[in-house]
Design a binder for this molecule. Structure first.
Ligand code: PLP
Length: 440
């Protein structure tokens, strides 16, 4: 039985993967798992799709990689057009991870301000309870104490504002007053840092691991974007986890009624077949950087790796041709309502929330006060272990109330999961939570 801990990284306790097909995975002992969370919200069209594998194999046959700074390629041009059409933004820097996409977004923001003659804008503001990635700056921007503590002393200084959490309101703030409160808090933080020093504000439209698929409340995106624009601060939407269609619209922030200056995408972009991410930015930013330095000063050896892009193009074509975003928009509200109904008999289920196929369940010790279970109980670790035991892959996470306590579990199935598979995921999650909660 794995150790019930929020950060169980003990490799030798993990089952060994054999193969995957659609929503299912099998380990080498023949045990079957239903992938209810697409691992960490990655596998947007399920596992083992032959069309993607063939597209990658064909590309590998021709050339694995035409180095981005020497060659263009069909997959590069096709993917760039797909992203332009989907986001309405102008250009992008490709990466091989979400962390690099965030790091690139930071450098693009800094370069934009520098190139337009405003080099004093070097500060960033992030939110408490957020996750932006593993590189130092992405970790600094994050609000995820468990993942930051060991590096805290070395992390660049970052301005900080509250999470936008309609389930856990700041003290003295009503649900109706939440958005105005958070917008005022952001403005106060910009003023505290000095508006002329602030380069960008980063937020996840739907918070992933740090919040348990926690969506921004209605009006939040527009309110914070208005504050940022008034102070010349760039809006950066981190859509690594919630974007590329997972919420039923390609850009998660579309539902917030805003177009960010920069958005980051990864995960569902290539659906886990090969690593691919991007920092995507507006025409204005592109033009300023082009005039200043001929283009963005950020890139990696594997920026725009051709085989990775071929995987991404194949995944995106499947999503488009099979109408999978419309499918999510159609099915998700019923699935979320069904899940809520199935969990209604468990008082410890404090909240079921999310957008599209990105659903979070928060478990609490006291539904009246919303008090979390003690961190020492390791509830999220137990959920993960019980899930694996029952053949359910879900994405539990901890610490979202005070950095230590607060347990959530994310479901993020493939966009093309069948009704029966969605049912099986819900049924298994109910059984997992019943077992874990009754065992506390
Ligand atoms: C919102 C968000 N941003 C950035 C990252 C970092 O992405 P990666 O793990 O691909 O580096 C993650 C990873 O989970 C994420 O959820």
């Amino acid at each position: 039985m794995p150790r019930p801990s929020a950060n169980d990284i003990t490799q030798d306790m993990l089952p060994k993967i054999s193969h995957g097909r659609g929503v299912y995975l099998w380990d080498v002992d023949g045990r079957q798992y239903i992938d209810g969370s697409g691992g960490p919200a990655v596998f947007s069209i399920g596992h083992g799709d032959r069309r993607v594998n063939e597209a990658v194999a064909k590309q590998m046959e021709r050339v694995a990689y035409g180095y981005r700074y020497l060659f263009s390629s069909d997959p590069l041009e096709e993917m760039s057009e797909i992203i332009r059409q989907a986001t309405g933004l102008a250009d992008m820097v490709y990466t091989t991870s979400g962390s690099e996409a965030v790091e690139s977004a930071v450098k693009i923001a800094l370069q934009y301000h520098f190139d337009r003659g405003d080099p004093g804008r070097v500060n960033f503001i992030g939110r408490r309870r957020s996750w932006h990635g593993n590189t130092l700056m992405a970790t600094a921007l994050s609000g995820f104490q468990d993942r930051q503590r060991a590096f805290a002393a070395a992390l660049p200084m970052v301005g900080r504002v509250s999470a936008a959490n309609a389930y856990r309101l700041p003290s003295g703030v009503s649900r109706e007053g939440l958005v105005a409160h958070l917008a005022a808090e952001l403005e106060a933080e910009i003023v505290r840092l000095g508006p002329e020093t602030v380069a960008g504000f980063i937020f996840e439209p739907v918070v992933g691991a740090a919040g348990g698929a926690l969506p921004a409340p209605e009006g939040y995106g527009r309110a914070v974007a208005e504050v940022c624009r008034r102070h010349g601060v760039l809006v950066i939407c981190d859509e690594v986890m919630c974007g590329s269609g997972r919420t039923g619209v390609w850009r998660a922030s579309e539902a917030d009624g805003i177009t960010a200056d920069i958005i980051t995408v990864a995960k569902s972009l290539s659906g886990g077949y090969l690593p691919l991410g991007a920092a995507v930015y507006t025409r204005e930013i592109a033009e300023v950087m082009a005039a200043g330095h001929g283009g963005p000063l950020t890139g990696h050896t594997y920026t725009g790796h051709t085989a990775c892009l071929a995987a991404g193009v194949a995944v995106q074509k499947i999503v488009a041709e099979e109408g999978l975003l419309a499918r999510i928009r159609d099915k998700a509200p019923r699935w979320q309502a069904d899940l809520r109904a199935r969990l209604a008999h468990l008082p410890a289920v404090g909240d079921v929330r999310g957008r599209g196929y990105f659903i979070g369940v928060e478990v609490v010790a006291d539904p009246g006060t919303k008090a979390p279970f003690a961190a020492a109980l390791g509830v999220n670790g137990r959920i993960r272990a019980e899930g694996l035991r029952r053949g359910l892959i879900c994405y539990p996470s901890g610490g979202h109330v005070d950095g230590a306590a607060g347990d959530t579990v994310i479901l993020a199935p493939p966009f093309n999961a069948t009704d029966g598979e969605l049912d099986e995921i819900a049924e298994k999650l109910v059984a997992v939570l019943e077992t874990v909660i009754s065992g506390l």
